[in-house]
Design a protein. Sequence first.
Length: 232
Amino acid sequence: MHPKPGQSRIDRIEEGVIALILGLMVVLAFVNVIVRKSGGNILWAKEMSVFLFAWLVLIGASYAVKKGAHLGVDVFVNMAEGRTRKKLGVAAVAICIVYSFLLFKGSWDYWANFANLPQTTGRWFPTGLQDMKPTNFRSWYIVNDVPNPWFLGWLEGAMNFGDPYDKLPRFIPYAVLPVSMALLLFRFVQAGIAMLKGDIDRVVASHEVEDEIEEVRERLGAAMDGEAGEAK
């Protein structure tokens, strides 16, 4: 597959991961339908689809920030000019950075103990790390239906004190929470730097629908001109 003009290798990797997750969801749903038609059922298919969808949405959110594909209200930005527009943009991206940072902290604190890692202390901003005790270890938590694949058997000794995992350990699918929030924070920081440099004047405000409408208008106009020419 040839890269699109201006598309970086990182873009191709991110798009590949998103496409892979979406493809796995489609294949899993299709296979489960076939199995049900035969009188069987893949018991873990629904839960696995939920996990894959969560990965798709959360990773896709940070990628959409990078590409400026999120919807945004830019009426006030369009009304302002010069320094005022830049100040509004910087204020907006600062709010987004703080918000995504809080999401990252919260997601880490939720996930950490599932992976036998310390949570952060402090309600809003981290002031340190949790003092880990045996009661904090929660790596033995497993999902409801998805079986633990054979190639992850080594996790039993590394994370679960040698006890077998009957199902997939929760810290694996839940890892998307801190990973995606870290990516989201990184993308907003990137947007802030670009704004300070003057490369952009707003965080995200997709006008994809407007562009598509304009493209349709151009096509209709060209088609009508062609019909008028034939009529002559």
